[in-house]
Design a protein around this ligand. Structure first.
Ligand code: FES
Length: 159
């Protein structure tokens, strides 16, 4: 994941390679957005404006796609992604209490990133691990049979 200011973005050879690949191909808008998000971890506005110009797609259409599809992010993500499952099995076993406790520990709201850039907080609605509910997922690791206290320990084990 890379963080560049708007001026640096315009000069970024990797972004320019993506723009070159999709130039004048408006039907490839989603593929282009996915490529940009893979590069930066989110969709910087300057990058979306470059795509709008070079793909010949109105910026409003790009912004609309970026906000419609839940996999796109408009803000940088933290080094770690903490997801608390609020699917039925996890809810029944205390998922909501875990979510509130993790939220308080991190001091952020849903979808926000801690000021130090360590964590972004999200919720999910079932990751297929109902047998070990309630679960908290940090990056690609699923932590099962959580309590609010255990979840805080899990969170604090990541730097
Ligand atoms: S409901 Fe949480 S893993 Fe299925």
């Amino acid at each position: 994941m890379r963080y560049l200011c708007s001026a640096q973005l315009e000069e970024d050879p990797e972004l320019n390679a993506i723009v070159d690949l999709y130039r004048n191909r408006p039907e490839q808008l989603i593929a282009a957005l996915l490529a940009v998000q893979k590069l930066y971890g989110y969709l910087p506005e300057a990058a979306m404006r470059s795509l709008a110009k070079e793909l010949k797609v109105p910026f409003s259409k790009i912004y609309g796609a970026a906000t419609f599809y839940s996999q796109f992010r408009l803000k940088p993500r933290g080094r770690h992604l903490a997801s608390v499952c609020l699917g039925t099995a996890c809810q029944v076993r205390g998922g909501e209490r875990i979510y509130r406790r993790v939220k308080r520990e991190l001091g952020v709201k849903l979808g926000e990133t801690t000021p130090d850039g360590r964590f972004t907080l999200e919720t999910v609605s079932c990751v297929g691990a109902c047998g070990m509910a309630p679960v908290v997922i940090v990056d690609e690791h699923t932590h099962g049979r959580q309590t609010p206290e255990k979840a805080v320990k899990v969170i604090n084990s990541y730097d």
